[in-house]
Write a protein that binds this ligand. Structure first.
Ligand code: C2E
Ligand code: MG
Ligand code: MG
Length: 587
């Protein structure tokens, strides 16, 4: 720990949370000043912030220079000196004429800090008795410092170093390492998924989970060599650092993961708990930003779990890659800025893609499609932000926004074309929320929209997600007279048999499947059979992705009712669509 740091500046590092600790040091310093009649006491704590506590009632102008002068002498004795040491300044040039230093020794013998006594006069009276008193003061301070370091760096449940300790050790390893041919690997073993833990807490109680975590520690300690320290990095996440080659680290991570193939037996649970461990591995190079390491490990371990491969141990280890982290950070940023975007007037907007009735070529409706121009990320495509928002709790808010904007626009166009319809995309979560239909019917009333002018598009997978809830919502929509289209049919399982019991009106054949029909006879055969079946069940069929005249002709041949795609029109800005309506009215 460098001794030339300015105490005033470093005092500013003392966080408000350290108040109690500061008060304690203050009391001890006060005691030392009184008992040993010195002018100032300084306590230095050897944590990574290198904190100092200065108590100098008799030296109001206590400055860095004083400390430098007093400490440089002692520093020559080296940090290893474990005895009380004294310095008397004989020439009287320095305002500090006396200093004494004692190490703060932890129970394991480590030096966790120092205490210094400073005086403005020589202290030849400072003898064995005073030295012993200083040693006692140092021991009391050491206990306190050790306790506070343990709180900051140790996990209470397992006694392992915690995330702070992990970072501290990693930092220490990176300092002075030769980065050209050297790297340390950071490994995280994730034993339980968070979802599993919360279920377990409900089923067996917190103490069972704590016991399970202790057992995990024991198991890992049985695999990881003694010279490699284990850390607890999260609820059921452990970690270690290993300087070695990739293959060795991977093999060790694999042994750790495999160790949890056997269920954990704890007294509190009637049955052994079957767990599934995954590992994230990150090569930490010299120039890495340390704050990324923990995040990188979490992302990698989560990615391994998400990939969900259960059987081969090797598949349960994910090696960190930066692009994944960047993608996650981008997603996070996107979701975080959505609220602001909904409040701003210039970020989100709807564009409208017309749909053509094939028998007479008339545009009878338009699909509202969301666009987002982000102030720093630029244009973000809905295929990127919609799934991110769907995974958050903000989707309902976004759907409400879209419904309001689309219906308000529709109200304007209905004045020019009273039978025109608007199609709005909704998400799986909208089908299961109880306030969706009330919200929609309020918006319809607000904008004076009849059910016959509105259609909602929902993907097949969203319908299949919770068939009962979907049925209930669809029935309520039918009461409002709003029709429902199954979007992107043919992109997933495409199980019409499963859907046939649901009250929907329209089937939209997926973009990609339609385009594939140009070159692939099987795709065309599938479309033909789907159209036949849908029509037999009384659904209207729409072909999406009509990009060419040839595809449009094919859609007519398949007996589709309507078509949508770039050949008919690209999605249009509201103003362009309004101009089209105006032109129609004049024609
Ligand atoms: P979707 O509902 O299937 O919308 C059709 C998508 O295909 C649109 O992409 C449209 O621009 C694109 N498209 C139209 N014609 C053609 C064509 O001929 N060729 C090709 N290659 N593509 C064509 P977009 O606007 O990027 O939207 C993508 C998806 O994002 C939508 O697919 C929909 O699932 C979702 N989405 C868009 N807006 C919203 C919204 O307001 N709410 C929700 N929940 N989802 C939305
Ligand atoms: Mg759609
Ligand atoms: Mg679609």
């Amino acid at each position: 720990m460098p001794l030339d740091s300015a105490p005033d500046r470093i005092l500013a590092l003392v966080r408000p949370g350290d108040r109690l600790e500061q008060d304690f040091h203050h009391s001890i310093a006060l005691l030392a000043v009184r008992l040993l009649e010195v002018a100032a006491v300084v306590v230095q704590v050897s944590d990574e912030a290198g904190r100092w506590f200065v108590y100098a009632p008799d030296m109001p102008a206590f400055t860095d220079a004083f400390l430098d002068a007093a400490f440089s002498d002692h520093a020559r004795e080296g940090a290893a000196a474990r005895e009380v040491s004294l310095r008397q300044d004989g020439d009287g040039l320095s305002p500090i004429r006396f200093s004494a230093r004692a190490p703060l020794l932890a129970a394991n013998g480590a030096v966790v800090g120092w205490v210094w006594l400073i005086d403005k006069r020589p202290r030849f009276d400072f003898q064995e008795k005073e030295k012993t008193l200083l040693s006692h003061i140092a021991a009391t301070l050491a206990d306190k410092v050790e306790m506070s370091l343990a709180l900051r760096y140790q996990d209470r449940l397992t006694g392992l170093g915690n995330r702070n300790q992990f970072m501290r050790d990693l930092r220490a390893r990176l300092v002075g390492a030769n980065h050209t041919d050297w790297a340390v690997y950071a490994v995280m073993i994730d034993v339980f998924s968070l979802k599993y833990i919360s279920r377990l807490v409900v089923a067996t109680g917190l103490s069972a989970v704590e016991r399970a975590i202790q057992l995990m520690h024991e198991r890992l300690a049985g695999v990881v060599p003694r010279n490699i320290e284990l850390y607890r990095l999260g609820l059921a996440r452990f970690g270690f650092l290993h300087a070695g080659d990739k293959a060795t680290v991977r093999a060790l991570a694999a042994r750790c993961v495999a160790r949890f193939d056997q269920p954990l037996a704890i007294d509190e649970a009637a049955l052994p708990l079957s767990v599934s461990a995954y590992a994230g591995v990150m090569r930490v190079e010299g120039d890495v930003n340390l704050s990324e390491v923990i995040g990188g490990l979490f992302v990698s371990a989560d990615q391994a779990r998400e990939a969900g491969k259960m059987w081969a141990v090797d598949d349960r280890i994910w090696i960190y890659d930066k692009s994944l982290m960047q993608a996650q950070q981008r997603t996070f940023q996107i979701v975080n800025s959505l609220r602001g975007a909904m409040l701003a007037s210039d970020q989100l907007r709807l564009v409208y893609q017309p749909r053509e009735r094939l028998c007479d070529g008339v545009w009878i409706s338009a699909e509202a499609l969301l666009r987002w121009r982000h102030p720093t990320l630029g244009d973000i495509a809905p295929v990127e932000f919609i799934p991110a928002v769907e995974a958050s709790s903000l989707m309902s808010m976004l759907t409400d926004w879209v419904v309001d904007k689309a219906l308000s626009q529709l109200a304007v166009w209905l004045k020019m074309a009273p039978s025109f319809a608007m199609s709005v995309n909704i998400s799986a979560s909208d089908l299961t929320r109880p306030d969706f239909v009330p919200m929609l019917s309020r918006a319809m009333m607000r904008h004076g929209i009849q059910g016959g002018n509105l259609e909602l598009e929902v993907t097949e997978s969203a319908l299949a997600h919770d068939i009962q809830a979907a049925r209930c919502t669809l029935e309520q929509l039918a009461v409002l007279g709003v029709s429902v289209a199954v979007d992107d049919f043919g992109s997933g399982y495409s199980n019409l048999a499963q859907l046939h019991a649901l009250p929907f009106d329209v089937l939209k054949i997926d973009n990609a499947l339609v385009r594939a029909a140009l070159t692939n006879q099987r795709a065309e055969a599938i479309i033909k059979s789907v159209v036949g079946l849908a029509k037999a069940l009384d659904h209207r069929v729409i072909a999406e992705g009509i990009e060419t005249a040839e595809l449009r002709a094919m859609a007519v041949g398949w007996d589709c009712n309507e078509a949508q795609g770039y050949f008919i029109s690209r999605p249009m800005e509201a103003a362009a669509m309004s101009a089209w309506f105006a032109a129609q009215a004049c024609a």
